[in-house]
Unconditional design. Sequence first.
Length: 145
Amino acid sequence: MPDPVVHRLSGLGYGVAGRSDRPTIRLGNWVWQRWGLRVGGTRYPDGIAVGAPSTVTIDLNRSCTAFDAVVGIDDLALGFGAARFSVHGDHGQLWRSEVLRGGDPGVPVHVPIAGNSTIRLKVEPTRRFHVVNVADWAVSRITCD
């Protein structure tokens, strides 16, 4: 059995569903693939950043087993903003955070995703008019067979 392959979201390409042999970010999603993110004063080497509200769809394009990340409001937001993060699979929600606020430490995420063909990463502000400048999925990884 071959070793699992780990894909960094900061290095994924963009594509159309089923048009690759590795995970791809679906076209039409706004994603800032970054290096050197900071959440709650801690620096993370890489990840993706989004505004809120946002949904990022990732086509897995192969058998994958887990999604891992550290989520939180980027320090670029200067302590402002509050949001919930969630991970969804083909048939619904797989994980959801508590409300995270600017300045809070990052929250580790580990979500089993076996059997899904896509995952959706959602960030939702907690108030209707509450602006979240930058929300991070730091050190975000997808593990595939």
